[in-house]
Design a protein around this ligand. Structure first.
Ligand SMILES: *Cc1c(COP(=O)(O)O)cnc(C)c1O
Length: 365
């Protein structure tokens, strides 16, 4: 294997455990953004092995990678398609979102239209048909010979402790279902992971649930119901010590001299930087697990390197520091220190970070 000073270890056993805990029946596994950074192909294979029948991605190239890896399950592309993308949907056998009357017309204009999931905008205001026009669009598609697989919507406040707005969205959605009566598509999907875990009236209705972060054991930090569920974090980011030195009192570390040693200080340099996806906002704020303790990040995080204060810790060149995950701060704690959410942290890891799937983890729980 090519030598590297950094890897993201992904425990597929934890992902298997999480999908079992959440329930496979009715799960549409969201593996967009390279499965939130965990590696879309290995993750999708693990999930399919557990019986997951629906996958969702954000873009056509993401779906294409799964097809090229031999994954044959149904795949929904969540983003609104541009009309010129539709031939690729047909070639790859993908389900498309109908997000506007224009997209509906573009789908109907194709000789062999793909199956569609009609999106109702119940309050997110990102894309989708207004509740007043959605039923007419469904009927127009059906009359045009298009298979309308599902009616769906997306919650904007599922992470908020107060469910009032989410229930308002459900009511808007149910209004469209009622208007359609016996023309309603066979499937509906509303909930994302947090809504599935914490909103029983949403979670228990017969529907697909688009589960993302919860599959990877990512916590919201604000919802006790989600955070109390037995979910296992699947990722550890491990960086090796590539240099170790003692800086004298009064010396500053890294660009801009934002940290100055008050006394002679042992400083370790790690092979991870913001070009790997480590948020630069963790400069002088974050910690890593190293030498049996937590070592504070000192000075600015560079593109390819990060310095930590290891004074009093037992550290040697070549040692492994846990940037987040088991043996270090949780991903949630690191994200919070960076002023962001945990999804951005794992999904933000760049292509330079090799993903490793330890065999013992893959055999997993
Ligand atoms: C990303 C996404 C999801 C998954 O959300 P989580 O909060 O990760 O469970 C569900 N639905 C849509 C439309 C999405 O874009």
């Amino acid at each position: 294997m090519t030598p590297v000073a950094l890897r993201a270890e992904v425990d597929l056993g934890a992902i298997r455990h999480n999908v079992r805990t959440l329930g496979v029946t009715g799960a549409m596994a969201v593996v967009k953004a390279d499965a939130y950074g965990h590696g879309a192909v290995p993750v999708a294979r693990a999930l399919v092995g557990e019986g997951v029948e629906w996958l969702a991605v954000a873009t056509v190239p993401e779906a294409e990678r799964l097809r090229q890896a031999g994954i044959r399950e149904r795949i929904l592309v969540l983003a609104a398609p541009l009309p010129e993308f539709l031939p690729a949907y047909e070639r790859l056998g993908l389900d498309a979102v109908v997000s506007s009357p224009e997209v509906a017309e573009a789908v109907m204009a194709r000789a062999a239209p793909v199956p569609v999931h009609v999106k109702v905008d119940t309050g997110m205001h990102r894309m989708g048909l207004a509740p007043e026009t959605a039923a007419a669009t469904v009927r127009r598609l059906q009359a045009g010979g298009v298979e309308v697989v599902a009616l769906w919507t997306h919650f904007s406040m599922a992470d908020a402790p107060d469910p009032t707005f989410t229930f308002l969205q459900v009511r808007q959605f149910d209004g469209v279902v009622r208007q359609l009566g016996s023309d309603a598509p066979p499937l509906v999907h509303l909930a994302n992971g947090p809504a599935h875990v914490r909103l029983p009236p949403v979670a228990t209705r017969p529907a697909l649930h688009r589960l993302g972060g919860v599959l990877y054991g990512l916590r919201t930090g604000v919802l006790p119901e989600v955070d109390a569920t037995d979910l296992r974090p699947a990722m550890r980011l491990v960086a090796r010590v590539v240099h170790l030195h003692t800086v004298p009192a009064g010396a500053s570390v890294s660009y801009g001299q934002t940290w100055t040693a008050e006394r002679p200080t042992r400083v370790a340099t790690l092979g991870v930087g913001y070009a790997d996806g480590l948020p630069r906002a963790l400069s002088n704020r974050g910690h890593v697990g190293l030498g049996g303790g937590l070592a504070p990040i000192v000075g600015r995080i560079c593109m390819d390197m990060t310095m930590v204060d290891v004074d009093g810790l037992d550290v040697a060149v070549g040692d492994e520091a846990v940037v987040f995950g088991l043996g270090g701060p949780t991903a949630e704690a690191a994200a919070e220190a960076a002023g962001t959410i945990v999804y951005e942290l794992t999904a933000g890891l760049t292509a330079r970070v090799p993903r490793a799937y330890p065999a013992d983890a893959a055999a997993g729980a």
